[in-house]
Design a protein around this ligand. Structure first.
Ligand code: CU
Length: 260
């Protein structure tokens, strides 16, 4: 009983502190609601993988129960049951079914990761992300014009970290760079994260990825997902999604600020 009470207390406090943790919903298989088109791809791969895993599990459990109920050793007959060694059809089945299953899983995973890694290079908004111990610097280029960079310091609340403003319904390219250690750029609502690895040369496609934002506004938490030192947990930032008109306004104020 005291254990249960302690757990309940822990859960209550954890929930109270975790204001930047997006709400996970059972209908989405416990993923947060996504804000990118790529999120649709990830959500359906996630759902499909769970359905396949649960279906496989159900078949296995039914077979185990069936075998243990109807093929028990009978007391009277002490002899071995019929053996299926060297039974070609059954052995082929043992081999073929797992092969087909793994191929199906592999096909969907490969198809979707290919799609997610695709970089067309024609995104109207490009963001250079520089990760450092322990914050981020975002340099946004819109239609060839570069805005002054936004950078931050370690903070305990994501709203106080550097903020990346992006328009809705727009393709955005990210270019990840680190000059110290490995970090990982993670916005939970992207349903995607990628390691920021030092030493990858500029223009290497391995440091880039693209998203297309959905028509969903708001401020979303971002964090570093690779233990990178003492203030790793305070390497927080936010992504603010605004309608195009508001984004144009933001660009205008940023450019005016940099001209002074
Ligand atoms: Cu980090």
């Amino acid at each position: 009983m005291p254990r249960a009470a302690a757990l309940a207390l822990l859960l209550a406090t954890a929930t109270a502190c975790a204001n930047d943790v997006p709400e996970a919903d059972w209908s989405r298989g416990l993923l947060p609601g996504h804000i990118t088109e790529e999120g649709n791809v990830i959500q359906s791969l996630w759902n499909g993988a769970w359905i396949a895993a649960l279906a496989t599990g159900a078949v296995v459990i039914v077979l185990i129960v069936w075998a243990s109920m109807f093929h028990r050793k009978r007391r009277a007959k002490a002899e071995l049951p019929p053996q299926v060694r060297y039974n070609l059809p059954i052995e082929m089945l043992y081999t073929l079914i797992p092969l087909v299953m793994v191929s199906v899983f592999f096909f969907f995973t490969a198809r979707d990761s290919e799609r997610l890694a695709q970089v067309t290079g024609n995104a109207p908004v490009k963001v250079k992300v520089e990760a450092y111990q322990w914050s981020w610097r975002f340099t946004t280029t819109v239609n060839g014009k570069t805005l002054p960079p936004v950078s931050g310091v370690p903070v305990s609340e994501y709203t106080k970290g550097p903020q990346l403003v992006l328009p809705t319904k727009t393709k955005v390219e990210f270019d990840l760079q680190s000059d110290d250690v490995i970090h990982s750029f993670w916005v939970p609502e992207f349903l995607f994260k990628r390691d920021v690895i030092p030493g990858i040369p500029e223009n290497d496609p391995g440091r880039k990825f693209e998203i297309t934002t959905l028509d969903r506004t708001g401020v979303f938490a971002g964090r570093c997902a690779e233990l990178c030192g003492v203030d790793h947990s305070r390497m927080l930032f936010s992504v603010k999604l605004v309608p195009q008109a508001e984004f144009d306004q933001y660009i205008a104020t940023q450019q005016a600020g940099s001209a002074q």
